[in-house]
Design a protein around this ligand. Sequence first.
Ligand code: GLN
Ligand code: ZN
Length: 757
Amino acid sequence: MQTHVLGFPRFGVNRELKKALEGYWIGAIPAQELIATCELLKKRHWQVQKDAGLSLVATGDFSLYDHMLDTTALLGAVPERFEQSASGIDLDLYFKMARGDAKNNVAAMEMTKWFNTNYHYIVPEFTPSLRLSLSSKTIIEDTKKAIELGYKPKPALVGPITYLSLAKDLDGANRWERLEEITAIYATVLSELGSLCEWIQIDEPILCADMSPEAQAGFAATYAALNKAAGKAKLLLTTYFERLDENLNLALASGCAGLHLDLVRGKDALEGVLERLPQTMTLSVGLVDGRNIWKTDLAQALETLRMVASRIGLDRLMVGSACSLLHAPVDLAYEKKLAPELKSWMAFAVQKCREITVLGDVLTGKGCAAELKENAIAMTSRRASPKTKREDVRKRSAGVTPQMLQRKSAYPVRKQAQAWLDLPLFPTTTIGSFPQTSEIRNARQQFRKGEMTAETYEDFLKNEIRKTIKIQEDLGLDVLVHGEAERNDMVEYFGQQLDGFCFTENGWVQSYGSRCVKPPVIYGDVARRIPMTVGWITYAQSLTKKPMKGMLTGPVTILCWSFVRDDMHRSEVCKQIGLAIRDEVVDLEKSGIRIIQIDEAALSEGMPIRQADAAAYLRWAVDAFRLTSSGVEDKTQIHSHMCYSEFNKIIRSIAEMDADVISIEASRSKMELLEAFQQFDYPNEIGPGVYDIHSPRVPSESEILRLLQNALLHITKERLWVNPDCGLKTRAWPETLASLTNMVAATQTLRKLHGAC
Ligand code: GLN
Ligand code: ZN
């Protein structure tokens, strides 16, 4: 019986890859040094898997930037706007596709979320004239290297059906017409790999999603060709992130020697698979969560394994991670500051490899009794620990009534009650943060290291707030913000002040390219100790007569950007966070704050993979927002901010959030999102972002005016707000001042045009 992981994190425990990549991009290190770092990391990670006792090691899972981009390189699917040299796809071309070519003004390929994870991949582009040819043999070379070094590799590729499903058509192309051509390139690669190894992993997570008719139609023939090409090597068709459901037939009839299931996220589908698994097919059961930091309950996993073994026999069984470990941090051993009890409940990638081996060994009677016992102790400790349970929190959460999800009056009544805010037509505001200068970051660093006293740091931040308010008053903005200088991150800032959260030192996971995030860990019931933002916001309000907007992160966003406990449904955790933030909202109101913004930047990130599951998610997510925002009087104005433009699908749910005002990203899509309003009239007020904060470019007054006039074709003038797309923390002051000056000027012109000045 074989044991394996679907992939290992790429970055290295000290984020060596990030440093090498960024060093190479700024020209600080030569290409050879970057390559050397990659080689070192690959070998180290193979050794980790071998040391853990896994029978196979993953190859082809490493990437300089992204595995979808690697597949683009393999197929030579380089968009025509990038100049290709005779030598094929070199490092520079590869990075230009990912990051654009500023010198020649060539835009990067688009990037988007990998299923419902926080990992982002580079979207393949198909035009009618795109030429394809095998252009990268990295996976073959790596697999050979692994063999030379004495490992038993299992190369992993993104399957052609998933690749094409996640690509986009441009200039009238139909990418599915290229499937046969692509399959032929895969076949060449598989026949080479097939002579090198026993198993080849081919990832088709699209089988766990709503597959397009083209994808479904092309599947069987593609896999017939691929299985033939692989020769005596066996293809392991890997599926993950969900259950197969309606696509199970395709997988079972694929002719592949093995099928991998994610039993962390699709456990209840196991029986249905066992009933129909062809006699010749091996089943790889993914029992170790690749997307979280918790230890696997080995006793429970063994129960499942034993059941499967009794049905299909040990010979046809493999044990693995549920999905790639790409989404988990590297090594728990480097965590020195975590409370020992909490640490004893956790497993990062290195530890997860060992869990898989232990499962395999126990099942085949090779012992591991001590580790099994240790795991059982950790599980019991976690279940029984008072750290994870707070009776008061549970009672309060159970006592949430429908009235608590409801503002006192409907929006039209609230609108009148909010007249006291005395806002002009087309009120101007910003999304919350102002530039996080190096001065601010240095002060925070010094304070953290104990080199600056709490008093000095507080004075420093107050001074920042004073400066920010003066600037906003001079600009003539209508609703002001304090600038968020005290926050380095919109989730971490709240997590650090809430019960039930803890933080790792090195728990980094790749978000995209060289970017990593270090999500907080929610291990216990969430509760607020004391007000978290009231001091800063009331200080800011004391400096101005204009309304100060209190700034909070919403429960869904805090949930989506954390590692969440796996012993409670996400909706329940979200509700607890909602109650904690609700208290903050009420306290802000009590302290005289008249406008409160609750950011739900991640609402769409939490969306399930399948459309059929969307409604249930949106129901509890919207309810959590309503719970957070409904404790205030009618005269208090609630705002929310969301940073995405693919808005059409969820516009009804956004309306159900019932915020008085929402601000959303819109300028990059030239206000296309407003077309959503053609079918559905957004009932409350809305500020479609009028300029893109992701770029230093300063929008002109006339450009902003045009966007606003376009918006007015869809939104009545009483409902339109004026604001940038998102927070300004990544921008520098000069472009911020210039852009906001133009934004205010455009608004004044618009007011004149409407006779309101
Ligand atoms: N209030 C936050 C800010 O301005 C919102 C950030 C976000 O939407 N990602 O920074
Ligand atoms: Zn945003």
